[in-house]
Design a protein around this ligand. Structure first.
Ligand code: AMP
Length: 424
């Protein structure tokens, strides 16, 4: 026997039972988002590498070490998308969506790829549901976006939710702040974790994420960006908060909230769940007013979020009720004395199944050569109320619910089932 081939590390199969829960999640997401005017978009899994280098940012963990990047046979550098916002902004610019009525609200449910350390709740191919509203600076667009994610997570039964909120202000504020923070880090360099010290130049903000005791002490007295916002950004943030208060969405202001992507400005937020372990982030997002322009489109403000499907399912109260397709009829060709199905019976059975499906019934054909007893057991397993055993021109149709049988002409079976179901 050959060695068994397995799925790559950090990836997983979505088995039928899990697929049903995911379909239910998608159904709820669609209801919540389309009810608020969001329309579905799907972008390709492959993008040119430049999109993320420019959009997500050269200094981020994602671009530095987590991307699946390769050269294709034509010599182009391509990357499996690690996130959804930059692709949606690319599509906005590419399709001239600035000419559509603004804001353009788009949602997606797609898989993403990051070369991360695989563990529970963290995979190398994972799924996100996301929503982006492009073309509005209004603080109400920020609040609406956050409320929609809160509503979605709530409707899906995610336990122990907490919302952290902050504002990053505008680029000039951030650049000035970055220098002040770097100065603070340099002054205290001897107390920092080596990996934090190494990244003072490249990514000083990540120091806030460190668990290292010395670093945490240094960060406790670090200057805070939120105290240095320009007046218009501070006013924008105050409006967002007031709208969330009015909507009775609870949040904590967290000045240390740093998201792993460079494109954010003004509002940033993250939902976590106490029901998850170390990987407690369920979903997050923020405003990215410069991103479309950075990708070569017209200046366009934007706000959005993405939430991880696997984390939502892990943190949900009860397994999402799968709404499986009902099966009404199960059809088998009767076997003869030797246990063989006659070809004429088989084709008659096949015909009945096809006709039943054309009439809108859920129907299944026996494909494993089960015995009479095995057939009844299987009918109950798949939840089929009617079992048809096809003989020569005639079929015995059993209503398992009523425990009654009738013998019918083969042509009359589908009608009898429809009539029986209608009489319920
Ligand atoms: P991010 O784009 O990093 O802000 O991620 C948004 C959400 O996607 C997170 O809150 C997680 O729920 C989910 N997520 C991000 N990375 C992964 C991963 N490697 N595996 C599973 N879920 C992830």
């Amino acid at each position: 026997m050959s060695a068994r081939i397995q799925a790559p590390r950090g990836t997983f199969d979505v088995l039928p039972e899990q697929a049903a829960a995911r379909m239910q999640l998608e159904h709820v997401a669609r209801e919540v988002l389309e009810g608020a005017g969001y329309q579905r978009i799907e972008t390709p899994a492959l993008e040119v590498t430049e999109l993320f280098a420019r959009g997500v940012g050269e200094s981020t963990d994602i671009v530095q070490k987590e991307m699946y990047t390769f050269e294709d046979a034509g010599g182009r550098s391509l990357t499996l998308r690690p996130e959804g916002t930059a692709p949606v902004c690319r599509a906005y610019a590419e399709h001239g969506m600035h000419k559509w009525p603004q804001p353009v609200k788009l949602w997606y449910l797609s898989s993403f790829f990051r070369y991360e350390r695989a563990q529970a709740g963290r995979y190398r191919q994972f799924w996100q549901v996301g929503a982006e509203a492009l073309g509005s600076q209004d603080p109400a667009a920020d609040a609406e976006s956050i409320v929609l994610l809160a509503t979605l997570l709530d409707r899906l039964g995610v336990r122990g939710l907490r919302l952290r909120l902050s504002s990053l202000g505008q680029l000039s504020t951030r650049l000035e702040y970055r220098e002040r923070l770097q100065q603070h880090l340099r002054e205290n360099a001897d107390r920092l974790a080596p990996e934090v010290r190494d990244r003072i130049d490249l990514n000083p903000l990540r120091a806030f994420d460190s668990e290292h005791a010395g670093t945490r002490e240094v960060m406790a007295t670090a200057p805070r960006l939120i105290d240095q916002l320009a007046p218009e950004d501070a006013a924008h943030f105050a409006d967002v908060r007031a709208l969330l208060d009015a909507a009775e969405v609870a949040y904590e202001i967290d000045p240390t909230l740093v998201r792993g992507l460079d494109y954010y400005s003004r509002t940033v937020f993250e939902f976590t769940s106490d029901a998850l372990g170390a990987q407690s982030g369920v979903g997050g997002g923020g405003r990215y007013d410069g991103l479309v322009e950075m990708l070569g489109g017209p200046p366009t403000p934007g706000i959005g979020w993405a939430a991880g499907i696997e984390r939502i399912l892990l943190a949900a109260e009860a397994p999402l009720a799968p709404a499986g397709a009902p099966v009404s009829l199960y059809v088998a060709a009767d076997v003869d004395g030797q246990g063989e199905e006659k070809p004429t019976r088989r084709s008659a059975a096949f015909r009945i199944v096809t006709d039943a499906r054309a009439a809108g019934l859920g129907a299944q054909l026996e494909l494993a050569g089960r015995s009479a007893k095995g057939r009844l057991k299987h009918a109950s397993r798949i939840g089929a109320r009617y079992v048809a055993v096809v003989g020569d021109g005639e079929t015995v149709l059993r209503d398992t619910e009523e425990g009654v049988e009738q013998t019918l002409d083969n042509n009359a079976v589908v009608h009898a089932v429809i009539r029986g179901l209608r009489d319920l």
